[in-house]
Design a binder for this molecule. Structure first.
Ligand code: N01
Length: 545
């Protein structure tokens, strides 16, 4: 395999061959991690990446205030002790530029860049039954061939842009949080409108509030947000983590969400209100997402959940001065945590500023964007900059965007027309040698995704190399195994409160999307055990032929 490996940031790396053992689509964290494993296993591998930069979501979500809401030490790879010992995180929750620097560091440290074909978007892929291989159509490099195709396209990659009448007439700038310009915007003296109050809107609000002349936040649905309890990392903290990193990784891998928090084994209903208050208070002041594990049944039992709701609502009320405004910012109609909560750095407090206003677009919907601003049924809001923090076509949007055809020309879109059907979230029947990284049917966005990425990268690499060592050409999910898995994913979801919210977990973010629960809610530890069993039982559920 010979390649022209002169790729620097921003240049296309043109292969002189067009046939590989594996093509990975996407150079985000899951693509980079997969490339590292598969190349070390001796396979010829290329990543194709539509951008001229690695990093995936961390390349595209450059909006002000973008930072990880998983602690930096945990939102990083554990496969190389040298890497984890040498990399120095500066903050408990790293900001986007630091995470992007980390992705580039990983890329350079393990010489991954030479196997990335930048500025190359996958348009579609067809499985060739005779050759047991995939033909991948791209926009810049024609057709590429591979035995195995790995979709590492991310769950939050296909941005969702609202269709608001008149948007094209707006005289100012409009940007989406998920396709944010590389050059920072100057908000000084500007009137800014943010549409959307999910994690992205929540993160950018306090930052833009401090810079802009005026900020209008257009909220359709109030969501819960937990304070980040952010801090810089001192040398002493850093040394402590690094001295015990292996234990920390083990704890993360064995915690339900891969975050390292072990749930309190008690029910929220087991404790007196006084004790419960104490436990909630401690979790609230330190744990970020771990707050949802202050009791094991917060996301399992509605009465327990109500105790958390009561606590969180009180916290919101303590932060927002105006009671009417507080009422609007307080979520209602779904359990705490059933929509993914945000982790914030002063979100609610930002609304106490005189230059920030909340626009309730549930009560008075947006009617149009005009040359000068946004019009709701309540009147006009003059603006210079509009930011859509309106989210993504989550889980399936980026997987189904290219036309992928398996056996007998069946498209993945047809196959998944009633919702994703797969085995372990990794493979789907009728699409041999096609693998999905951290997609629907796996813990995915219900987990610290880096932990899930490491699990998938290792599993898929072992599966491919095992088949190769047996001289086998196709790896295909068995239909019965797939049906059982889909049923299992649904059963686990029904044990939780997640289905009670109109969230993207349920496909509610896009009109017409099938309403099925998509991630696996059985936790990363349980899921890893299942992967280990499959591996130890000669890849039960996969037909290798
Ligand atoms: O997107 P969202 P996000 N008109 O879908 C509103 C991850 N993330 O980009 O609920 C008006 O959560 C929509 O309202 P509604 C994280 O997993 C991580 O904020 O549909 N409003 C909602 O308020 C997160 O969950 C970090 O009524 C419209 C908002 O836009 C995921 O990304 C940081 C609308 C969309 O919220 C997505 O977060 C940021 C319309 N037409 C994000 N359409 C980390 O820190 C949508 N909305 C790691």
């Amino acid at each position: 395999m010979s390649v022209n490996s002169n790729a620097e940031h921003g240049s296309v790396n043109s292969p002189t061959d067009s046939s590989f053992d594996v093509i990975i689509v996407g150079a985000g964290f899951s693509g980079l991690r997969s490339l590292h494993s598969l190349r070390n296993a001796g396979l010829s591998v290329k990543i194709i990446e539509a951008s001229d930069e690695v990093g995936g979501v961390w390349n595209h979500n450059r909006y002000p205030g973008a930072r990880c809401d998983v602690e930096s030490y945990d939102y990083s790879f554990g496969f190389s002790d040298e890497l984890q010992q040498q990399w120095r995180w500066s903050e408990r929750y790293a900001q986007q530029p630091e995470i992007l620097r980390y992705a580039n560091h990983v890329c350079d440290r393990f010489q991954l860049r030479s196997d990335i074909l930048f500025d190359c978007r996958m348009l579609g892929a067809d499985f060739n039954e005779d050759r047991a291989s995939w033909t991948v159509a791209t926009d810049s490099l024609g057709q590429l061939q591979c035995r195995h195709l790995i979709l590492a396209v991310g769950q939050l990659s296909k941005i969702k842009t609202p269709t608001i009448p008149g948007a094209a007439s707006f005289a100012g700038e409009i940007h989406h949080s998920g396709a944010y310009p590389r050059e920072p915007l100057d908000f000084a003296g500007k009137r800014v409108g943010i549409i959307g109050t999910g994690s992205s809107g929540v993160q950018m609000t306090p930052v833009i509030a401090r810079q802009a002349e005026h900020l209008s936040v257009f909220q359709r649905t109030a969501n819960y947000s937990i304070p980040a309890c952010h801090a810089e990392i001192s040398d002493a903290d850093d040394a402590l983590v690094k001295a015990t990193y292996d234990e920390r990784r083990e704890q993360a891998r064995n915690s339900p969400s891969g975050l390292g928090f072990m749930p309190n084994r008690r029910s929220a209903l087991d404790d007196s209100p006084e004790v419960r208050e104490q436990i909630f208070e401690t979790a609230w002041n330190r744990l970020g997402f771990g707050f949802a594990l202050a009791y094991y049944d917060i996301l399992l039992n509605i009465e327990s959940n109500n105790t958390a709701v009561e606590f969180v609502n009180r916290k919101i009320a303590e932060k927002v001065d105006d009671p009417e405004l507080c009422k609007k910012l307080t979520p209602h109609g779904f359990p705490f945590g059933a929509m993914r909560p945000a982790v914030d750095h002063g979100y609610y407090q930002a609304f106490n500023r005189s230059n920030v206003e909340l626009v309730d677009i549930k009560q008075a919907p947006i009617e149009a964007i005009t040359e000068t601003g946004i019009t709701t049924s309540n009147g006009e809001y003059p603006l210079d900059i509009i930011i859509y923090a309106t989210g993504f076509d989550v889980f399936t949007g980026s997987i189904l965007a290219p036309l992928i055809r398996g056996r007998n020309g069946l498209s993945l879109e047809q196959k998944w027309s009633q919702g994703p059907r797969n085995y372990l979230g990794i493979g789907t029947h009728d699409f041999p040698n096609l693998f999905v990284m951290v997609g629907p049917g796996s813990p995915s966005l219900l987990s610290n995704v880096i932990v899930s990425i490491e699990d998938h990268a290792q599993f898929i690499c072992s599966l491919i190399t095992s088949a190769d060592s047996l001289g086998k050409q196709t790896i295909e999910v068995n239909l019965d195994a797939e049906n059982d898995w889909v049923e299992h994913v649904n059963e686990r979801a029904q044990e939780t409160l997640y289905p009670l919210a109109p969230s993207y977990y349920m496909g509610n973010e896009v009109a017409g999307k099938p309403k099925v629960f998509m991630p696996y809610s059985g936790g990363v530890r349980g899921y890893r055990r299942i992967l280990e069993n499959v591996r130890n039982s000669d890849w039960k559920g996969f037909d290798i032929s």
